[in-house]
Design a protein around this ligand. Structure first.
Ligand SMILES: NC(=O)c1ccc[n+]([C@@H]2O[C@H](COP(=O)([O-])OP(=O)(O)OC[C@H]3O[C@@H](n4cnc5c(N)ncnc54)[C@H](OP(=O)(O)O)[C@@H]3O)[C@@H](O)[C@H]2O)c1
Length: 331
């Protein structure tokens, strides 16, 4: 079976995302085919396109989508044609009209959550769950610094940390993003393109520092993030939008007895039970109003290059979604 998809034939800028026909075949034993309704764009898609993360060429990018099951392979039980499911992080290749995946990776989407919201919150929400409840367990009274606080993960992270009773510090690049971060529960918003975030955190905490820093900006912020921590604080490095952080000698952690972690969502959702538990926590958060999903940018799938260019240039906030079929314009 042939479908239209975005494919990468060579590493490069957004222009290497080409719209073409690809052969996907039929589901084999244990597999299902999904007709994608909404596809989440994640910063990690840029790492693969630019070669920071490696994938054999050519490849269809994308790590998150929500759609309707269109075919079921032999041996699959508990999933039927017509079911609405999502999948996140693995396997690669969601920038496509239809995709075949192992049935064990399909996550049922609650009927109360629409396709676009689900594709905006699944991967980013499960990542946030790992950050606030697994890699570091936020408790009431903790002080938390979140970089890129208006981003896809950042927005959800501020909301969840606030709901858990933390005092939240957030960094953003613009005034517009600062307003959003404050709405999302940041008690102290720092515009790190204008202010020294290390000095600001020191001043606001009376030089005590924060319990934990969540840093996915990487190279530009990592060193300053370590300076913001209190003794016995925890540095959670979980991404690298500005480039890989410079290496840190382990002995550097000794001056404040710091803990350094580099969690990846997939290691916390590796079993079927863990995956469904993480997704369940996210959808419970959405249902309770703890997670208010910001679908700030929607593009047709064939314009994935424009979505990548905007995300990479820091022009986006909240979640970015691609649609294989755009809704009809109001007449
Ligand atoms: N470890 C995991 O399992 C895992 C899972 C999912 C995502 N992540 C990581 O989480 C981070 C956020 O992902 P996302 O998809 O939600 O993206 P995003 O936060 O919506 O977008 C990236 C943001 O990073 C900030 N940024 C700072 N310096 C930048 C630079 N030099 N270039 C580009 N952006 C820069 C920008 O916010 P400002 O304009 O406010 O600076 C930008 O909007 C990424 O680093 C990603 O790799 C990790």
């Amino acid at each position: 079976m042939k479908v239209k998809a975005i494919r990468v034939h060579k590493i490069g800028g957004p222009e290497v995302l080409t719209w073409e026909e690809v052969e996907i075949g039929e589901p084999s034993e244990g597999e299902i085919r999904i007709k994608n309704k909404a596809i989440g764009v994640n910063y990690v898609d840029i790492y693969y396109r630019t070669g920071l993360h490696q994938e054999p060429l050519p490849f269809v990018p994308g790590k998150e989508a929500v759609g309707v099951v269109s075919a079921v392979g032999p041996g699959v039980t508990g999933i039927e044609v017509g079911d609405v499911v999502g999948y996140a992080d693995t396997p690669m290749g969601t920038y496509t009209e239809e995709q075949i995946i192992p049935a064990t990776l399909a996550i049922p989407i609650p009927p109360s959550v629409d396709h676009i919201t689900a594709a905006s919150v699944l991967l980013k929400g499960m990542t946030t769950y790992v950050l606030v409840k697994q890699a570091f367990k936020i408790q009431a009274g903790h002080t938390v610094l979140v970089h890129a606080a208006a981003g896809g993960v950042g927005s959800l992270l501020c909301q969840w940390a606030n709901a858990l009773g933390a005092t939240v510090f957030g960094t953003v690049s613009t005034q517009e993003k600062a307003i959003q971060a404050a709405e999302d529960g940041c008690h102290h918003v720092i515009i790190y393109t204008e202010e020294d975030f290390v000095a600001q955190v020191a001043e606001i905490t009376s030089r005590k520092g924060v319990h934990v820093v969540y840093d996915a900006v990487g190279k530009d912020t990592f060193k300053g993030s370590m300076e913001c921590l209190m003794p016995r604080g925890c540095m959670i490095s979980y991404g690298q939008c500005s480039g890989r952080p410079d290496p840190v000698p382990v002995s550097d952690l000794a001056s404040k007895s710091l803990i350094l972690g580099r969690p990846g969502m997939r290691h916390y959702t590796a079993t079927r039970d863990e995956l469904l538990h993480a997704a369940g926590e996210v959808f419970a958060g959405v249902a309770a109003g703890v997670l208010r999903v910001r679908v700030n940018h929607v593009y047709p799938l064939h314009e994935a290059a424009r979505a990548h260019a905007d995300l990479e240039a820091r022009r986006t906030s909240g979640s970015v979604v691609l649609l294989p079929a755009m809704p009809a314009a109001d007449s």
